[in-house]
Design a protein around this ligand. Structure first.
Ligand SMILES: CCC(=O)SCCNC(=O)CCNC(=O)[C@H](O)C(C)(C)COP(=O)(O)OP(=O)(O)OC[C@H]1O[C@@H](n2cnc3c(N)ncnc32)[C@H](O)[C@@H]1OP(=O)(O)O
Length: 630
C-alpha cells in the first residue's frame, strides 16, 4: 500500500484503521470499538479496553523470548560509563520498584513526579508507575525549584522519584536542594520521596519523608501489572502556554501505545530488535515517546544518552554512539546538529566511524533550517527527515513515512500529514485556504489516538487553548501552508511561545518573573533569531520612575532572577533597559515588530501603532547590545 492509500483509509474509516493497529498491542480485554465521542468536541480512544503499558513495553517481550535482548543501553560520556539492561533485567527492576511504590501506598490513579537525569532508572520509574496504574509526571532537570513547585501543586503527587543530581558539562546539578526547595514552596506535600543516590553527589535524606532508592526496595514484593482502562492517563506532561502557568497535557494509556507502536515501523523504519536512539531528555515529550515507550513497546533497544552533542568529549560523540551501538534510526533536534556542525564544519569526526548501519536521521523539536539538513545529508550520506509534532500530540503530525513509503524530501517541509491527522490551513474566519496560501494550521477533530483528550484538571482551559478558535478543529498554534503535493510548511507560531534549542518556552512566564523585579515597571520578552539555538529570549524592561541605579546592575539581576525562578533551560541571558515599549493604540505590545527590528529584517510599520518614534528608540537601544544590525 502507498502512503496515500494508508492515509486516505485512516480518514475514511478511522474505526477500521485504528482497530487494526490496536491488534499489535496486548490487551487484557480488547476494546469493543476505537473511537468514543464524548460530545461537545471531546473524544477518547479504546476507552473500554483493558491493558497495561508496562506489560506491553517489557513483560510481553520477555514472555516472547526476548529476555536476553538489550532493552536499554545507557551511554554516559558524563560519567564515562556504558551499561546494558536486558528486557529480563528491566522486568525484574521495574517490578521491584513498582512493588516499592505499592508498599509506600501508591496505587492506580495516584500521581508520581519523576525528577531525574538521563539514567536507566528514569525509564524504570516511568514504567513502574505504568505497571501499577499510577500516573507519572516527569519534570525536566533544567527547571528551577519554583517550576517544580508549580507542577507539584497542579498534579498533587503522592510520591516523588528523584536523583541526587544531574550532570552538566563542568558542573554537578544538585537536584535534592531543588526538590527540597520545591516541596517547601508547594502547598501540596508528597508522602514520600525516593532518592537515587549517584556517586557524584550523595544527598542528605530527610527522615520520615525521603527513602534511599535501593534500600527501600529490599524485601518488597515485586508488583504485577495492573490492567487499566484504555482512557486511563498514563502520564501528565507539562508544557508552556501563552500565560505563565504550564499546561498539563494528559496522555491516555491505550491510544498512546497503539499510535506509538504504529510509528516505529511506518515512520522510523525499525524492526523489533533494532537499536533506536532519540538524543533528547526524558523530561520532554520526545523522551516519553521515543526514549521510553515507543521503542520498548515495539521491542527495540533504546539508547539513553547522558551527554551533549559537543564537548562530551567532542563533536564526534553522536557518531561514536551510532557506530558503537549499531543505531538504525537516529532522532535529535536541529540545534544539536547545528552545534556539531559549528564545531566540526567539515564533518571530520564523522569520518572516524563506520555508520553503515544507520538508515536515516530524524529531526524535530524546532524548525530545521535548510543548511543544517543539507550538511547532515552530506556528511551522513543517509536521508534526513524533518518531522513536526507537539507535546500535545505525542507523535508525528506531519512526517515522512519512510518505513511505509519514503517520499521525496522537500527541504523546508516536514513532508505530509500522518494517518488520522486531517491537517488544514484556515483563514481567520476558519475557512479552509487553497494550496500555497498561508494560514493557521488546524487539525479537524477528532485527533487520532495518542493525542491529548484534555488538560489535567483543566477542561475549560483545554477548550480555550485548542478548540474555541476554530470550532470542530484543534488549533496547533502554528501558521503555515500546504503545497499542491500535500506537503506541509511550518512558518511561525501564532502565539507568544518561543522555541529555544528545541525547548518550548513561554515568554509570558519570563515576563512574569521580570515584572516581579522591584525596579521593573513594565517589560516584554521576545524570541530573537539565534544561529545556534534557533531563537533566544531577549527581555526589554522599563524602569520604575525614580530608579537611577546602573542599568547593567539591574539587567544582570533580571538574568539571575529568570535563571532562579524558571531555570537554566530558559537560556535567558539578555535584558535591555528601554524608556518605552512600542504599543498599539489599544495598548498591545508590538512584540513581532520588536523581533523584526532586533533581527535586522524589513518590517511594515504597524497601522495601529501608537507612536512610531518609539521604534527608532528601540532600534538604537538594541544596537547597543549587538542587535538590529540590518
Ligand atoms: C517534537 C516535540 C518536541 O518538540 S519535544 C522537545 C524536543 N526538544 C529536545 O529534544 C531538546 C533538544 N535540545 C537539546 O537536547 C539541548 O538543547 C542541546 C542541543 C543538547 C544543547 O544542550 P545545552 O548545551 O545544555 O544547551 P541548552 O540550551 O539545552 O541548556 C541551557 C542551560 O540549561 C542547562 N541544562 C540543560 N539541561 C539541563 C538539565 N537536564 N539539568 C540541569 N541543567 C540543564 C545547560 O547546562 C545550560 O546551562 P548554562 O546556561 O550553560 O549554564
Amino acid at each position: 500500500m502507498t502512503y496515500r492509500d494508508v492515509y486516505q483509509s485512516s480518514l475514511a474509516d478511522p474505526e477500521k484503521f485504528w482497530m487494526s493497529a490496536a491488534e499489535a498491542i496486548d490487551w487484557t480485554t480488547p476494546p469493543s470499538r476505537a473511537l468514543f465521542d464524548r460530545g461537545d468536541n471531546l473524544y477518547e480512544w479504546f476507552a473500554d479496553g483493558l491493558l497495561n503499558g508496562c506489560y506491553n513495553a517489557v513483560d510481553r517481550h520477555v514472555e516472547a523470548g526476548r529476555g536476553a535482548q538489550a532493552a536499554i543501553i545507557h551511554d554516559s560520556p558524563m560519567t564515562g560509563t556504558k551499561t546494558t539492561v536486558t528486557y529480563a533485567d528491566l522486568q525484574q527492576r521495574v517490578a521491584a520498584l513498582a512493588g516499592t511504590l505499592v508498599a509506600q501506598g501508591v496505587g492506580k490513579g495516584d500521581r508520581v513526579i519523576i525528577y531525574m537525569p538521563m539514567v536507566p532508572e528514569a525509564l524504570e520509574a516511568m514504567l513502574a508507575c505504568a505497571r501499577i496504574g499510577a500516573i507519572h509526571s516527569v519534570v525536566f532537570g533544567g527547571f528551577a525549584a519554583n517550576e517544580l513547585a508549580v507542577r507539584i501543586d497542579d498534579c498533587a503527587p503522592k510520591a516523588i522519584l528523584a536523583a541526587s543530581c544531574g550532570l552538566e558539562p563542568g558542573r554537578v546539578v544538585k537536584y535534592k536542594p531543588l526538590l527540597d526547595g520545591a516541596i517547601e514552596l508547594a502547598d501540596h506535600k508528597p508522602d514520600v520521596c525516593l532518592i537515587l543516590q549517584r556517586d557524584e553527589e550523595r544527598a542528605e535524606l530527610i527522615p520520615g519523608r525521603d527513602l534511599d532508592w535501593h534500600a527501600a526496595q529490599e524485601g518488597v514484593t515485586p508488583a504485577d501489572c495492573v490492567p487499566v482502562e484504555g482512557n486511563h492517563p498514563a502520564y501528565i506532561l507539562y508544557t508552556s502556554g501563552t500565560t505563565g502557568a504550564p499546561k498539563g497535557v494528559v496522555r491516555p494509556t491505550a491510544g498512546h501505545l497503539v499510535a506509538l507502536n504504529w510509528t516505529m515501523k511506518n515512520i522510523y523504519n525499525v524492526d523489533p530488535g533494532d537499536v533506536f536512539w532519540a538524543a533528547s531528555d526524558v523530561g520532554w515529550v520526545v523522551g516519553h515517546s521515543y526514549i521510553c515507550y515507543a521503542p520498548l513497546v515495539h521491542g527495540n533497544t533504546t539508547v539513553v544518552f547522558e551527554g551533549k552533542p559537543v564537548g562530551t568529549p567532542d563533536a564526534g560523540t553522536f557518531w561514536r554512539v551510532i557506530a558503537e551501538h549499531n543505531v538504525r534510526s537516529f532522532f535529535t533536534a536541529p540545534t544539536a546538529i547545528r552545534a556539531v556542525k559549528r564545531e566540526d564544519p567539515k564533518g571530520l569526526e564523522r569520518r572516524k566511524f563506520d555508520l553503515s548501519g544507520l538508515r536515516a536521521l530524524y529531526l524535530a523539536g524546532e524548525r530545521a533550517d535548510p543548511d543544517t539538513i543539507e550538511w547532515a545529508q552530506d556528511i551522513l550520506g543517509t536521508p534526513v527527515y524533518d518531522h513536526w509534532w507537539q507535546t500535545e500530540t505525542g507523535w508525528t503530525i506531519a512526517g515522512n513515512p519512510a518505513g511505509l513509503e519514503a517520499l521525496p524530501v522537500k527541504i523546508g517541509s516536514p513532508t505530509v500529514a500522518m494517518p488520522g491527522y486531517d491537517v488544514q490551513i484556515l483563514d481567520e474566519a476558519g475557512h479552509p485556504m487553497p494550496p500555497g496560501e498561508l494560514g493557521a494550521i488546524a487539525v479537524k477533530l477528532p485527533l487520532p489516538p495518542g493525542t491529548l483528550p484534555t488538560l489535567w484538571n483543566a477542561t475549560e482551559r483545554f477548550r480555550k487553548s485548542y478548540l474555541n478558535a476554530f470550532p470542530g478543529y484543534y488549533e496547533t498554534g502554528d501558521a503555515g501552508m500546504i503545497d499542491a503535493d500535500g506537503y506541509l510548511y511550518i512558518m511561525a507560531r501564532t502565539d507568544d511561545v518561543i522555541n529555544v534549542a528545541g525547548h518550548r518556552l513561554s515568554t509570558g512566564a519570563m515576563e512574569e518573573v521580570l515584572a516581579s523585579h522591584p525596579d521593573v515597571a513594565e517589560c516584554a520578552v521576545v524570541g530573537v533569531s539565534d544561529q545556534l539555538k534557533g531563537q533566544s529570549p531577549l527581555g526589554l524592561v522599563c524602569l520604575t520612575t525614580g530608579v537611577n541605579r546602573p542599568h547593567s546592575e539591574i539587567t544582570a539581576e533580571c538574568v539571575k532572577l529568570v535563571r532562579e525562578k524558571i531555570g537554566p533551560v530558559a537560556a535567558f541571558k539578555n535584558a535591555l533597559v528601554v524608556d518605552r515599549l512600542p504599543k498599539t493604540r489599544s495598548g498591545k505590545i508590538l512584540r513581532a515588530t520588536v523581533v523584526k527590528i532586533a533581527d535586522g529584517v524589513d518590517f511594515k510599520m504597524p497601522a495601529t501603532i501608537d507612536d512610531p518614534v518609539i521604534l527608532d528608540e528601540i532600534k538604537t537601544a538594541l544596537q547597543t547590545i549587538g542587535y538590529a544590525q540590518g
